[in-house]
Design a protein around this ligand. Structure first.
Ligand code: PGA
Length: 267
């Protein structure tokens, strides 16, 4: 049977209130319950985690958007991985480019990722270049980001890792454009090769690879089925239950007949 696609919602700093967060979450849970081909994770702002955990959805898991690496102590404003585990947070995003822009270095991303592993939570490691060049500098940049983030990580932890390829130029309101399927596919291969070199082929195959950056209901299917991605990391479109439901639905393969029809049309 086909492995389920992983669809992760990154709500960033939205919505503004609890009621709205609950409403969007309930709608997403309905869409998730209707899917047999997608695993859905919603990463809301920290403050909504307890109230959304209380809704006890079976179809949608919860994730966090960041974490601090220390176990406990005098770290004003920080949240530990153990606190997130206590709320049954299943995944934590580390190394998102918006956090890197606010000061997270490769070393901090590595410490966060290792703390997440110790807590038994799945890390969703974000990597991605800010510009592409013809010499392939973006390939080296992403490879180095992965190597730095995974320093000292055990193979047993790497097995449940999620790596999201999020080119910075494709993310958010100021995005130039989404990546093409070819660009996505190329980077999925680079990620797999880097993981094979760091660990081994079996580990690289076990890792879930996501694409993120201006994913919407129109391009989701293409990334999942033509770029060979194991899933998607969705920002803006994840706050619109209608769009996000359509993205979840795109995790279902098209019936064989329509593939045949499409091929015939192209002849
Ligand atoms: P976007 O954000 O889908 O709004 O481009 C993606 C992300 O930053 O994770």
């Amino acid at each position: 049977m086909q492995k389920k696609k992983l669809i992760v919602a990154n709500w960033k700093m939205a919505p503004a209130g609890t009621k709205e967060a609950q409403g969007i979450f309930r709608d997403i849970a309905k869409a998730g319950a209707g899917s047999r081909t997608a695993r859905v994770v919603v990463c809301p702002p920290f403050v909504f985690l307890p109230t959304l955990a209380a809704l006890r959805s079976k179809s949608v898991a919860l994730g966090a958007q960041d974490v601090f690496w220390e176990k406990d102590g005098a770290f004003t404003g920080e949240i530990s991985a153990a606190m997130l585990a206590d709320l049954r947070t299943q995944s934590v995003i580390v190394g998102h480019s918006e956090r890197r822009a606010l000061g997270d270095t490769d070393e901090m991303v590595n410490r966060k990722l290792r703390a997440v592993c110790v807590a038994g939570i799945t890390p969703v490691l974000c990597v991605g270049e800010s510009v592409r060049d013809h010499e392939g500098g973006h390939v080296i940049f992403v490879r180095d980001q992965i190597r730095a983030a995974l320093q000292g990580v055990k193979r047993s932890d790497a097995l449940r890792l999620v790596v999201a390829y999020e080119p910075i130029w494709a993310i958010g309101k100021n995005a130039v454009r989404p990546a093409t399927t070819e660009e996505g596919m190329e980077m999925a291969i680079v990620i797999k090769k880097t993981l094979t070199d760091l660990f081994d082929r079996a580990t690289a195959d076990a890792v879930t690879i996501l694409y993120g950056g201006s994913v919407d209901e129109k391009n989701a299917r293409e990334f999942l089925w033509n770029a060979g991605m194991d899933g998607l990391l969705v920002g803006r479109a994840s706050l619109s239950p209608k769009s996000f439901a359509a993205i979840i639905a795109s995790a279902a393969p098209l019936p064989k007949t329509s593939a045949v029809v499409k091929r015939r049309k192209h002849r």
